[in-house]
Design a protein around this ligand. Structure first.
Ligand code: ATP
Ligand code: MG
Length: 256
């Protein structure tokens, strides 16, 4: 279900300020082979242009629907290292990125981000290792090796120490490390940072994070990429239904 956009969103403005990334367009005519990864993923083959919300854009979808591939493509097209980190953080423990970034055209606003970070839950460990050899990167963790913190502690330290105003943040499943309570802390941080002119692009499975009100949610599926209202996401509907009817769900799930 799509919802009505405010004039302000349509112009890609936030509080009178322009988005860093206004939209992305898939340059389909340049794709050599639409049946090969990443274009073999239905959601990544069919869209033309998608508008980003000036504050938070979420991507949701089943496991394997293409969220990480898409978010990585956006991050690399925006100038981040494919494996994660800041824009001047350059290393590779494996060559992992797909060719999607080469076929995505990002429409940028008139402002340039002052800072930013690409976080992939899947390679946070590699970023942490690399950080130990990099003084500036270590400062982002409060000068304590992230290997000496729990996964969630390291992630929240990074957000508190490193994320700041006028930044572009691309996060792939940031909830992976976080307890429900800490996901609420992350929501609060996102709120403070968007008030400080930041923009977020986030893939997630978390019904808590998805509740962020100043956001647009895109759903990746066999049918392509469609905008969806919070209450119409499976994350909200299934979690709510399960918690309200737990006994019934479990009986049905476990029956022979
Ligand atoms: N390097 C690769 N080569 C070929 N296929 C790949 C490659 N990386 C991912 N895929 C395939 O692309 C599809 C989408 O993967 P992707 O990691 O983007 O999904 P996702 O939506 O992030 O899933 P999850 O929710 O489990 O994180 C999957 O079917 C996967 O097997
Ligand atoms: Mg993923």
């Amino acid at each position: 279900m799509s919802r009505t956009r405010t004039k302000q969103e349509t112009r890609g403005l936030t509080g009178g300020m322009d988005s860093f990334l206004r939209s992305m367009t898939l340059l389909r005519e340049d794709v050599p082979n639409l049946s090969k990864y990443p274009f073999s993923i239905p959601a990544l083959r069919d869209f033309e242009t998608l508008d980003f919300h000036p504050q938070v854009t979420f991507f949701v979808g089943e496991n394997g629907s293409g969220k990480s591939t898409l978010v990585e493509g956006i991050a690399v097209a925006a100038g981040f290292n494919a494996e994660g980190g800041s824009r001047n953080f350059n290393f590779a423990t494996r060559r992992s990125e797909s060719s999607l970034h080469k076929h995505l055209r990002l429409a940028r606003g008139t402002r340039r981000p002052r800072t930013g970070y690409f976080l992939r839950a899947e390679s946070f460990f590699n970023v942490a290792t690399e950080t130990e050899n990099n003084e500036t990167a270590l400062a982002a963790f409060g000068n304590v090796s992230p290997h000496e913190m729990s996964h969630g502690e390291a992630f929240l330290t990074l957000v508190r120490e490193r994320f700041s105003g006028n930044g572009l943040y691309v996060l792939d499943e940031p909830e992976a490390a976080l307890s429900p309570q800490r996901q609420l802390s992350l929501l609060r941080s996102i709120h403070d940072l968007t008030r400080d002119a930041c923009q977020f692009i986030i893939s997630t499975h978390s019904p808590l994070l998805l509740a962020y009100p100043d956001a647009r949610i895109y759903h990746l599926s066999e049918k392509g990429i469609t905008e969806v209202a919070y209450e119409d996401t499976e994350h909200y509907a299934l979690t709510r239904d399960f918690l309200l009817n737990r006994e019934k769900y479990l009986r049905r799930l476990f029956e022979d």
